[in-house]
Structures are given as C-alpha cells and as structure tokens.
Design a protein around this ligand. Structure first.
Ligand SMILES: NC(=O)c1ccc[n+]([C@@H]2O[C@H](COP(=O)([O-])OP(=O)(O)OC[C@H]3O[C@@H](n4cnc5c(N)ncnc54)[C@H](OP(=O)(O)O)[C@@H]3O)[C@@H](O)[C@H]2O)c1
Length: 286
C-alpha cells in the first residue's frame, strides 16, 4: 500500500494515476472527507490526514510500504512536511519527497524561498534516519494554465527575460514517482527530472500561438511590477514573492538543465511541450 499526499493537486493526482496503472493499491490522504471528491487520480482508499495535524499522520501511515510527500510552497511548508518526516521515521515508512530542481540538498546560502524549503525538508529527512528518495523536477508545463486568460488575449506575462527552462509534463513526474514507489533500489537517491528541451518564455509563447491559432507574444515584466501583478491576481504575499524570485532565477539561465532521468526510469523519452499542449491546448482556446 502506497500513501499519497497531494492527490487533489497536480503531481499527487498524477502519482495516483500511475500507481493505479502499476496495479499497486494506493491510499490517498485528504484534508477532510469532502476533499475526497476533489482527488484528481484514482485511490484504492482514502484517509483523512492533515500535515498540520500530527495526530492524523500515524494512523494514515498504518500498513503502508512507502509514502509520497507533496505539499504547496508556503511559509510553513517545512513545518508541515517536517511533521510527516517525524511520523514516517517513527513508523519506519520510507518517504519519496517532491522537491525542485537544484534543491535536493542542504540549503545554498542564496536559495530562493521555494528551494530553501525543499532543502530544509531534505535535511530533516537525512537527520531523521528514515529511508528516503528525492524527486527534483524542473518547472511544470501545467504552470501555464494559470496564464490561460492572458494567452486567450494574446499575451504571456513573465519576468524571466530570455532565461529558459526544460519544462516537464506533470504526468512524467508522476510516472517516475510511481516507479520509485513501487520498485526497489532508490533509497538515498535523488533524481533531477526535466522535460526534453529548454524553452524560453518567448518560445513557449510561440508554441501557444501554434495551438491557439492566434498571435501570442511574451511580455517581460520587471520583477517588482510582476510581483505586484501576482498579488493583484490574488496570490498571497509569500507566494507572489516566491514566484517572482523564481523568475529572477530563470533570468540567470541557471535552470537551463536537461537530464535523462525520466527516460531511465520509464524507458521512454519525456513528453515535449507540444505533446502536453496537444492534450491540454483547449484550456488556452476555450
Ligand atoms: N510548479 C512547478 O513548476 C514546480 C516545479 C518543481 C517543484 N514544484 C513543487 O511542487 C510542489 C507542489 O506540488 P503540486 O503543484 O502538485 O501541488 P498543488 O497542485 O498545489 O497541490 C497541493 C496539494 O497539497 C495538499 N495540501 C495542502 N496543504 C495540506 C496539508 N496541510 N495537509 C495535507 N495536504 C495538503 C492540497 O490539498 P487540498 O486540495 O486539500 O488543498 C493539494 O492536494 C511544491 O512543493 C513546489 O515547490 C513545483
């Protein structure tokens, strides 16, 4: 039995689908009974467990062979995921943690806040003695769904300059996670996961133009203005600052990394943005 956190979200849902495809039973952790209806993948069973409520974690881990840990970037992510690390160590259940490309080890001095969170959780895993594996993916192709309204109006906003990212299909992250969760030999490993090609935001805009059939241009917004626009769009202060920091990192070309880990784990090439848009393009045209 695999326990999956984040099953109502992007990667956790993909993990549930891929674990189900492997024939392994999965238990989805949901924050309330009502959230079971929001799962984006199939589960053999559900359990109510909240990373913010340590008392719910030991029962959720009962009878489990491995746990997949994903939670949103936030000011309290280290504390929340740390609760699961503690519970998993007490139960002796191996953890597969979703981190981010470049942030699977001790926090670098200048780490962006999304990355520093992940690095601190990895440090807690190491300190706890629990067996663990880290998945460190690049930017998700699905991030562009948040830009769908702008793309329909012909604009893709960002603050990454001409910095590129080897965008990854979330289903590929789910496929690698399912492989790691259901096969042996991954203890202590860290897998840097990327899509097949580095694309700048301007190149993503070109691909979006192809799928929508109308012009889409990339508009590069200065960091402070970009952060303000994210807040105006409803993001909380921490998240708006964190996303802006991430774009400033992209701007330095530091994220222009391509790996072959998806191919090695799944036996097939990672999907391209064109593949992902072929399956999800209607979000940008509807
Ligand atoms: N986006 C990217 O490009 C990117 C790239 C690399 C790494 N990452 C990392 O990916 C992670 C986010 O993954 P995602 O995009 O799949 O997340 P997501 O779609 O935002 O979903 C978050 C999930 O976490 C659950 N959750 C939130 N608080 C919880 C709590 N207290 N207890 C239990 N579950 C809780 C949510 O449940 P509810 O539905 O109940 O809220 C939801 O299922 C972040 O750590 C981020 O740094 C993202």
């Amino acid at each position: 039995m695999i326990l999956v956190f984040g099953g109502t979200g992007t990667i956790g849902g993909a993990v549930l689908r891929q674990v189900a495809a492997s024939g392994t039973p999965a238990r989805a952790a949901v924050r309330s009974p009502e959230r079971a209806g929001a799962l984006t993948g199939p589960a053999t069973e559900t359990v109510v467990a909240d990373l913010a409520d340590p008392g719910t974690l030991a029962p959720a881990l009962d009878g489990v062979g491995a746990v997949f840990l994903a939670s949103p970037g936030s000011a309290d992510q280290v504390e929340l995921e740390g609760n699961l690390v503690t519970a998993a160590a007490e139960a002796g259940v191996p953890v597969v943690k979703l981190a981010a490309l470049g942030y699977d080890a001790a926090p670098p001095e200048e780490a962006i806040r999304f990355g520093a969170n992940h690095a601190r959780v990895v440090q807690r895993l190491r300190d706890s003695g629990v067996p663990f594996t880290v998945l460190a993916p690049s930017g998700f192709m699905s991030n562009f769904l948040a830009n769908a309204a702008g793309v329909r109006d012909g604009v893709l906003y960002g603050s990454a300059g001409d910095g590129g990212v080897a965008w990854i299909d979330p289903d590929d992250v789910g496929a690698v996670a399912a492989h790691v969760l259901t096969t042996d030999g991954h203890e202590g490993a860290s897998y840097a996961l990327t899509g097949p090609e580095v694309l700048t935001f301007a190149q993503v805009a070109e691909r979006l133009a192809e799928v929508t059939g109308h012009d889409v241009r990339y508009v590069d917004v200065p960091g402070p203005d970009f952060e303000q626009s994210l807040r105006s769009a409803g993001l909380d202060e921490w998240t708006a600052a964190a996303v802006t920091e991430l774009h400033q990192l992209y701007r330095t070309h530091a994220s222009e990394v391509v790996t072959d880990e998806v191919q090695k784990a799944t036996g097939r090439a990672p999907r391209s943005l064109a593949d992902w848009l072929a399956a999800n393009g209607e979000a940008f045209t509807g």
